[in-house]
Design a protein around this ligand. Structure first.
Ligand code: ATP
Ligand code: MG
Length: 379
C-alpha cells in the first residue's frame, strides 16, 4: 500500500515554495537590501541567527531566489552564491576557490592565492556590472574550527576598490548563535553590523502548520490525519528536539515507511509512536548526508569497530586498524589526520569521545547510522 505520493518532498534538501511562519524574516531581510540603485549601495552584512532546524538555511535560499528575480525584473545582473562552510570550508582558500568558481568561473584560476582570487572576483564583477549576493552558512562552525579571519575579509571586500562599490551587494551570515563573536576581533564584530534577523524556535502550533503543508506535498490525501500531524508537531516542539523541523520530517518518513511495510493505508499514531520510541536520536539524516566523504569513511570504521568489539567504546587503535581495512576495501588512501577527523565528528555531535582512548556513538544506535551511510556509499 502506498502512503506517499512523493517521498522526496520530505527530504531535508527539498525547500517548499512557501515557508509558513518565516514570512516576517524574509520581509526583514528584503528590507535590508535595496535594489533601487545597486551601483551605489555598499556591501551590507546580515546575520541570520537561530537554533538548529529553525529554517535559517531554507529562508536564506528562498530569499536569495526572490531577490535575484526582482533584480532580473529591473534588468540588474545579480547572482547568488550559497556556501556551506561545513561542506566547503576546510580553509579560506578552499572557500574562495569555491566562491569564485561559482560566482564568476571566468575569473577563476586554480593557481591563485586567496588574495588573488578575491581581487580577481571583484574586478570581474566591476567590469561586467554584475552584482553578487553571498550566503555564508555555518559561519560559527567555521570560526570555531579554523579561527581564520573570514568575516574580516568578506565584510571588507569593498575596500579593495576604494571609491567604488565592489559589486558584492551583501553577505548573509548564518549561525546557530552569537557565541562565535567572542572569537572574532572587535573590528570584525563591528563590521558584522547590527542587521540581525532572529529565528526563534518553532512552537507546536507553528510546527503543525509546517508539517501539514509538507504532508500535503508528500503524503496521499487521507493517508494522514490531523491528529497524527498534531502528535508529530508536539513531539517535535518538546525537549530535547525543541522545534527542529528535520525531526518532524524524519518522523513522517520513517512512520510512512513503516505503515507501507506493514501494508497499512494510513499513517497511524501507533506508527509514529513506534518510530519515535525506536529511532529517536539527536542526529538527523541530514547531518549524515552532509558529511564530507572522508568523514563518512572514518565513521564507517568507527561503527565497524564498535560492532566487532560489541562494547560501548573502542580505542583509537581499534579505529585506526578498522579504518585501514575500510580504506583497503574501498581503494582509498587513508588520511593521516585521522584524529582531527574524529574530533570533527565529535564536534558535529555524531560520535562521543569522553576520554582520549574512548570512542563511541552518541544517542543513535550504530545500526541506524550505518543504514544511512550504506545509502551514501551505495549511491
Ligand atoms: N517554515 C518552514 N516550512 C517548511 N519547511 C521548513 C520550515 N522551516 C524549516 N523547514 C524545513 O526544515 C528543515 C531544516 O530547515 P533549515 O535547514 O533551514 O534549518 P536551519 O535553521 O538552517 O538549521 P541548522 O542550524 O541546523 O542548519 C529543512 O528541510 C527545511 O525545509
Ligand atoms: Mg542550516
Amino acid at each position: 500500500m502506498a502512503v506517499f505520493s512523493d517521498r522526496s518532498k520530505l527530504s531535508p534538501r527539498y525547500i517548499p515554495r512557501v515557508l509558513p511562519h518565516r514570512e516576517g524574516q524574509i520581509d526583514r531581510i528584503s528590507r535590508i537590501f535595496d535594489l533601487q540603485d545597486p551601483s551605489r549601495s555598499h556591501l551590507t552584512p546580515v546575520q541570520l541567527v537561530g537554533d538548529v532546524g529553525t529554517g535559517k538555511t531554507c529562508t536564506a535560499v528562498r530569499f536569495a531566489e526572490q531577490l535575484v528575480q526582482r533584480a532580473k525584473e529591473r534588468r540588474t545582473n545579480l547572482r547568488h552564491v550559497y556556501v556551506n562552510l561545513k561542506l566547503q570550508g576546510g580553509s579560506r582558500v578552499v572557500l574562495y576557490r569555491y566562491l569564485v568558481e561559482k560566482a564568476a568561473p571566468e575569473a577563476y584560476s586554480g593557481s591563485m592565492s586567496s588574495e588573488e582570487l578575491i581581487r580577481s572576483l571583484v574586478n570581474h564583477l566591476l567590469r561586467t556590472k554584475t552584482y553578487l549576493l553571498i550566503t555564508v552558512d555555518e559561519i560559527d562552525y567555521f570560526i570555531k574550527h579554523t579561527k581564520e579571519h573570514l568575516v574580516y575579509d568578506l565584510t571588507r571586500l569593498n575596500e579593495l576598490s576604494p571609491g567604488e562599490t565592489c559589486g558584492v551587494l551583501g553577505v548573509v551570515f548564518i549561525a546557530r548563535g552569537k557565541d562565535f563573536h567572542s572569537l572574532l576581533e572587535r573590528s570584525e564584530v563591528s563590521t558584522l553590523g547590527r542587521n540581525v534577523v532572529d529565528f526563534p524556535n518553532y512552537d507546536a502550533e507553528q510546527l503543525f502548520d509546517i508539517i501539514e503543508k509538507r504532508s500535503e506535498e508528500a503524503i496521499k490525501p487521507g493517508a494522514i490525519s490531523e491528529e497524527v500531524i498534531r502528535y508529530v508537531a508536539e513531539i517535535t516542539a518538546s525537549p530535547p528536539v525543541k522545534g527542529d523541523v528535520r525531526h518532524a520530517l524524519d518522523l513522517l518518513l520513517y512512520s510512512g515507511n513503516l505503515a507501507e511495510s506493514q501494508g497499512d493505508e494510513r499513517i497511524e499514531l501507533e506508527h509514529v509512536r513506534k518510530v519515535h520510541g525506536e529511532t529517536y536520536h539527536l542526529i538527523t539524516r541530514e547531518d549524515l548526508l552532509n558529511l564530507p566523504e572522508d568523514r563518512v569513511h572514518v565513521l564507517i570504521a568507527v561503527i565497524r569497530a564498535l560492532k566487532a568489539k560489541k562494547v560501548a567504546y573502542v580505542t583509537m587503535k581499534d579505529v585506526r586498524s578498522s579504518y585501514q581495512v575500510v580504506c583497503e576495501e574501498m581503494n582509498l588512501k587513508p588520511k593521516i589526520e585521522l584524529e582531527e577527523i574524529l574530533q570533527d565528528l565529535r564536534e558535529r555531535g555524531i560520535i562521543e569521545v569522553p576520554a582520549l582512548t574512548k570512542i563511541g556513538i552518541s544517542g543513535a544506535s550504530a545500526e541506524k547510522i550505518e543504514k544511512v551511510l550504506d545509502e551514501i556509499v551505495g549511491g
